[in-house]
Design a binder for this molecule. Structure first.
Ligand code: FAD
Ligand code: NAI
Length: 478
């Protein structure tokens, strides 16, 4: 017999599993289809999608381990702590990462049970419409079944973009999947693309001892970030940390032989070759609609292969929604989760909403980089008059005590209304500090509002406070 649900979610990543849980919380019968096992030792379907299995969580686990190794080797000494014979065991590091992933992915299965969400293991594909419901076929290891639902939420995520001339085998030439599971520290690591993955994973292996070279096609470094942040980050990454980053590069040929991989590239008028033992390809991600059968139900796809949706993630077909990496907007886990909640609430007749102007961006390099709202470049292009408050962590007692004064907090506020338009942080714990800026912007705060909030002393958050004061040229400690 065909199974029936109020809400059927295709894809169990952050967008999908959150949508299913929220729908169930609201009293709707909910099911979630997931196809991937992500190298589960028992071959069972795993929830959590890219984020939990081969993205956010494993990369942050490795970033933490490698950061500790780097600190033990370079920073402990200033505290009077000396270590001899510092060694790294990549096997243990990778196993720790795998254990965290297993714990979290099985945790989502537990959340499904708690909330009475049905997990359907297999590949989901639209087949058509039956009465007032959409019909989806689920092909799993035990066969094929049909499922009907009035509302279907597509949350099929994204997959790595590959380059035609660069064959990824996830052994020598890797995308994010292979790059998170190296079995040792490569002597020479090449990276194509100086974006978020390139810089995060490049940092991991650099800290562990690789010679890392990153080749970027664009002439500007971190073009999406505020220019002051990009400038500081460039200095720290290249001069202090020794990442070799080349901009304005055109990759012409990649060959793999017994001695490793050769990457031929053009830079200016020159042709050069990079020899490496491992190569990471991190040139962006593309939406995943493989075998989804959207053509069977007339769901519209946009010019970039994404499912076309309105501001509430509704497709052109009533009752079919799409959230997360498969739709427009930044490919970020928290953006997908917010959309999942919004859609579930709208299906339940509530007024779910996502404020796309207050979605934080974070890069978990060291220093971390985080921002929310507009950059200085965007405001200038839009002709908005603004004031700047910038406080370096050098002027912050907690940062000095922690032995890391890299970076700053930069606040941009409307010159007329004082409303906060953007906040940019580069430095230790930027990922946590940005949350205050997000709350301020969600509440439409002015810089004055933030300046009048009491911040604990001594904390890094005082730099945020001082930056708000600096908007009115009345910083007290700088
Ligand atoms: P996904 O997580 O991609 O999940 C989609 C799921 O749908 C997958 O499990 C897939 O198997 C399944 N699926 C697809 N098609 C079907 C089908 N037809 N039937 C059944 N199942 C199907 N974002 C952050 O916010 N912070 C970070 O720190 C961060 N770090 C990252 C690090 C790396 C290395 C990578 C690669 C990404 C990172 N991201 C990060 C991005 C983040 O992982 C994604 O934005 C997020 O996972 C998108 O969620 P989603 O639910 O839309 O899709
Ligand atoms: P990205 O879009 O961040 O960076 C890709 C980079 O590759 C860009 O700088 C681009 O100009 C460059 N590039 C493209 N084609 C190239 C070519 N042929 N040769 C050389 N360089 C080329 O994409 P990335 O790093 O692959 O990550 C994918 C997505 O995953 C990110 O956009 C982000 O949404 C998400 N992510 C988020 C993280 C976070 O929130 N901390 C961490 C990692 C990934």
């Amino acid at each position: 017999m065909t199974k029936q649900f109020d809400v059927l979610v295709i894809g169990g990543g952050p967008g999908g599993y959150v949508a299913a849980i929220r729908a169930a919380q609201l009293g709707l019968t909910a099911a979630c289809i997931e196809k991937e096992t992500y190298a589960d030792p028992k071959g069972e379907v795993r929830l959590g999608g890219t984020c939990l299995n081969v993205g956010c969580i494993p990369s942050k686990a490795l970033l933490q381990s490698s950061e500790l190794f780097d600190q033990a080797g370079h920073s402990f000494v200033m505290h009077g702590i000396a270590l001899d014979n510092l060694k790294v065991d990549v096997g243990t590091m990778v196993r720790r990462k795998d254990n965290i992933v297993t714990q979290l992915t099985s945790g989502i299965k537990g959340l499904f049970k708690k909330n009475k969400v049905t997990l359907l293991g297999g590949h989901g594909r639209f087949v058509g419409r039956e009465d007032d419901a959409w019909q989806v076929e689920v092909t799993g290891k035990d066969g094929v079944e049909l499922v009907n639902a009035k509302n279907v939420i597509v949350a099929t995520g994204s997959k790595p973009r590959h380059l035609d001339s660069v064959p990824v085998d996830n052994k020598t030439i890797c995308d994010n999947v292979g790059a998170l599971s190296f079995d040792g520290v490569p002597k020479r690591l090449g990276v194509i693309g100086a974006g978020v993955i390139g810089l995060e994973l490049g940092s991991v292996w650099k800290r562990l001892g690789s010679e890392v070279t990153i080749l970027e096609v664009l002439p500007d470094f971190l073009a999406a970030a505020d220019p002051a942040v990009a400038k500081d980050a460039w200095k720290v990454f290249t001069q202090k940390q020794g990442l070799n980053i080349y901009l304005g590069v055109k990759i012409t040929k990649v060959t793999t032989g017994k001695k490793g991989t050769s990457v031929e590239y053009e830079i200016g008028d020159e042709t050069k070759t990079l020899e490496c033992d491992k190569l990471i390809v991190s040139v962006g991600r593309v939406p995943c609609t493989d075998g989804l059968g959207v053509e069977n139900v007339g769901v519209q796809i946009d010019e970039r292969g994404r499912i076309a949706v309105d501001e509430h993630c509704q497709t052109n077909q009533p009752g079919i929604w799409a959230v997360g990496d498969v739709v427009r907007g930044p490919m970020l886990a928290h953006k997908g989760m917010e959309e999942g909640v919004m859609v579930a609430e709208r299906i339940a007749g509530q007024a779910g909403h996502v404020n796309y102007d207050a979605i934080p961006w974070v890069m978990y390099t060291h220093p971390e980089i985080a921002w929310v709202g507009k950059t200085e470049t965007q405001l200038k292009n839009e002709g908005v008059e603004f004031r700047v408050g910038l406080i370096p962590f050098l002027a912050n007692g907690r940062a000095l005590g922690q032995g890391d004064t890299t970076g700053f907090v930069k606040l941009l506020a409307d010159a007329q209304t004082d409303r906060i338009l953007g906040v940019h942080v580069i430095g230790n714990n930027a990922s946590e500090l940005i949350a205050e800026a997000v709350v301020a912007m969600e509440f439409g705060a002015s810089a004055e509002d933030l300046a009048r909030c009491c911040h604990a002393h001594p904390t890094l958050s005082e730099a945020m406070h001082e930056a708000a004061l600096a908007i009115d040229k009345r910083a007290l400690h700088f």
